[in-house]
Design a protein around this ligand. Structure first.
Ligand code: SAH
Length: 240
C-alpha cells in the first residue's frame, strides 16, 4: 500500500513533461510518509494530507524543472529549503543534479539530511546557514548553476540572497504566485546591481489544482559586486 496516490503523482509529473520511474515514485512515497511522521514531532509543514503533499509540495517543486534547461550534473542550491522544497523533489526527479539545500533552521536541515539518508540519495547536501553569509563565503559564492527559492521572501530580498551564489551564465528561479508586477518592479533595480536580469516569467498551473505558479527566471549576466549581499537588516530595509 502506498501512502500517497502514485497515479496522481505520476500523471501530474507527466503533465509537466517529467516521466518518473517506479523507483522514483517509490522514493516520493517514502519521503511523504517520513515528512508526515516527522511533522508530528517537529512542526515542519501545515500541508499533511497525501493529496496536498502530492500537489502543493511535490508537483509544485517539479515546476522548477520546467523553468530553465537544467544540464546534466548541474549544481543547484535551494535557498530557504524548509523541509526540502523545491530541492528534494527536484533531486528525486533528476538524480544527475547535485543539490544543496540551505536553511537557517537546524531542525529543517536535520530533517532534510535524515530524509536524504533514508532515501539513500547521493549528490545532495543539507546545509545550515544564512544565505547572506553563505553568499560571502568563497567556497559557495558564484559556485552554483541554478538557485531556486520558494516562499523565501519578497523578490528584491530573494534576489540578494540568491544571485551572489550563482555563476555568471546561471539562473535564479523564484517560485511566486498571485499578482507580482509590483514586486517585480521594485526588485528590478537591485537585480541589476547584483549582476542579474529578469529573463522570463514562466506561468503554469500546478497539475491537479487551481493554483497558478509563476516562476520568475533571473539570468546572471555579470559578477555580483563585493558589496553584496549586505547584512540581512540592510537588505530587508532597503527599497532599492
Ligand atoms: N522553501 C520551503 C520553506 C519556505 S519557509 C517551502 O516552500 O516549503 C522559508 C524558509 O527559509 C524557512 O525555513 C526559513 O528558516 C528559511 N530562511 C529564511 N531566511 C533565510 C536566510 N536568510 N537564509 C537561509 N534560510 C532562510
Amino acid at each position: 500500500m502506498s501512502y500517497i496516490s502514485i497515479a496522481e503523482l505520476s500523471a501530474g509529473a507527466l503533465e509537466l513533461g517529467i516521466e518518473l520511474s517506479e523507483e522514483q515514485l517509490g522514493l516520493f512515497d517514502r519521503f511523504a510518509e517520513f515528512l508526515v511522521q516527522t511533522n508530528m514531532k517537529f512542526n515542519l509543514t501545515r500541508i499533511t494530507d497525501p493529496g496536498g503533499i502530492v500537489a502543493s509540495h511535490f508537483l509544485d517543486s517539479l515546476t522548477c524543472l520546467r523553468a530553465v534547461d537544467f544540464k546534466n550534473g548541474d549544481r543547484v542550491i535551494d535557498v530557504g529549503a524548509g523541509p526540502g522544497f523545491p530541492g528534494l523533489p527536484m533531486k528525486i526527479a533528476r538524480p544527475d543534479l547535485h543539490v544543496t539545500l540551505l536553511d537557517s533552521t537546524f531542525k529543517k536541515v536535520k530533517f532534510i539530511s535524515d530524509a536524504a539518508e533514508m532515501l539513500e540519495l547521493e549528490g545532495i547536501e543539507a546545509m545550515q546557514g544564512r544565505a547572506e553569509d553563505v553568499g560571502r563565503n568563497k567556497d559557495f559564492r558564484e559556485r552554483f548553476d541554478v538557485a531556486c527559492a520558494r516562499a523565501l521572501s519578497e523578490l528584491r530580498v530573494l534576489a540578494e540572497l540568491c544571485l551572489p551564489l550563482v555563476r555568471v551564465g546561471g539562473y535564479v528561479i523564484a517560485q511566486k504566485s498571485g499578482e507580482i508586477d509590483d514586486e517585480l518592479a521594485s526588485a528590478r533595480p537591485v537585480i541589476g546591481q547584483l549582476g542579474g536580469c529578469v529573463r522570463d516569467v514562466v506561468r503554469m498551473r500546478i497539475p491537479g489544482t487551481e493554483i497558478d505558479r509563476q516562476l520568475v527566471v533571473i539570468s546572471k549576466t555579470k559578477p555580483t559586486p563585493d558589496t553584496f549581499p549586505r547584512p540581512y537588516s540592510r537588505i530587508a530595509k532597503s527599497k532599492s
